[in-house]
Write a protein that binds this ligand. Sequence first.
Ligand code: GLA
Length: 392
Amino acid sequence: MMTLNELGNLVAERFTQTYGRPPRWIAAAPGRVNVIGEHTDYNDGFVFPMAIDRYTVIAAAPAGEAPARVQLRSTVGNGPASIDLAQPLKPAPKGTWYNYPLGVLAGFAARGVKVPGFDALIHSTVPLGGGLSSSAALEVSTATLLETITGHKLDPVEKALLCQKAEHEYAGMPCGIMDQFISVMGRPDHLLLLDCRSRQTELVPMTDGAVELLITNTNVKHELTGGEYAKRRAQCEAAAKSLGVASLRDATAAQLEAAAGKTDPVAFRRARHVIGEIERTLQAAKAVRASNWAKVGELMYASDASLRDDYEVSCPELDAVVEIAQRIGPAGGVYGCRMTGGGFGGCTVALVRAESVQVIADRIAADYEKRTGIKPSLFVSRPAAGATVLRA
Ligand code: GLA
């Protein structure tokens, strides 16, 4: 596995091959895996993600002459983009890959920060559309690069919000704040407990070498701009309204039960997921602080069942991985497993005994392929660093 510095050097080399001169600046931002607290961020709840050691890296150098423009190239096969900085910025058609960096450029422009022309090369080890926040990694790496180029340093919260706005307004995805926050604020060996209402964060150490987080990519692409995500958001808002609270963060399970007869049954189940998940997230943070891995695992399974049955954002392939993990069980070294991220494909995260991780990974890979005909990708990640400047 390459270190982040090695990855930076590789991208520098590719930049030089592409543009015929070395880069002056290099910035990176990670993807994430959410340990627990799913679909709670836009309900003012708690989330508990960590950065993974998969990064989007951008290398850049000043572009020569006026007119000022930004040239973006990517190593993942997307065509180059040329952005004229003298014109007002506006989103490219939906689905255009460079809408993410474009939205971040627009965020700097909106703050009156003058960005000079530059040429950039983007490279990523975060699987695209795999539910590991490849989009947040692209936004946050762009913002980190622009901070470096302009010398205009943003406060971390403002930076995450700028990136979230880019995703809303340029990529058309009404996401919450989790992905951008963790990509900005991740720390090695820590999970991030984030209160999405107050935006207060607590870094919770996770240094016990006896456990690992094993990530399984079902290799079923998730498509969150497809409307289901926005629909869930709307259902949560409707449920909060019918309960007479500002957001589901303010509702209790007892309150929801009392309103059962009067609440639309779908909204009721959506709300039951969110209310339960917020509680599970706080319990999981407590259990991680106590290295109570059996408890963390139990909460992960409960989260998954709730996402599958009440929130309905799972899919047969995610369910297959969780069932295989459950069958391996604690005796085989698996404490818990759940889908992670928005859902409808993408990844699961499993908490496993470190000494058994290889055997577990092999078994999941073999059984999953047997059941679905799809080859999964599995990897382990320690909690990694958030956005990093590699060359300033
Ligand atoms: C996506 C969104 C996040 C969050 C998760 C679900 O990753 O970008 O804001 O809502 O889904 O927890």
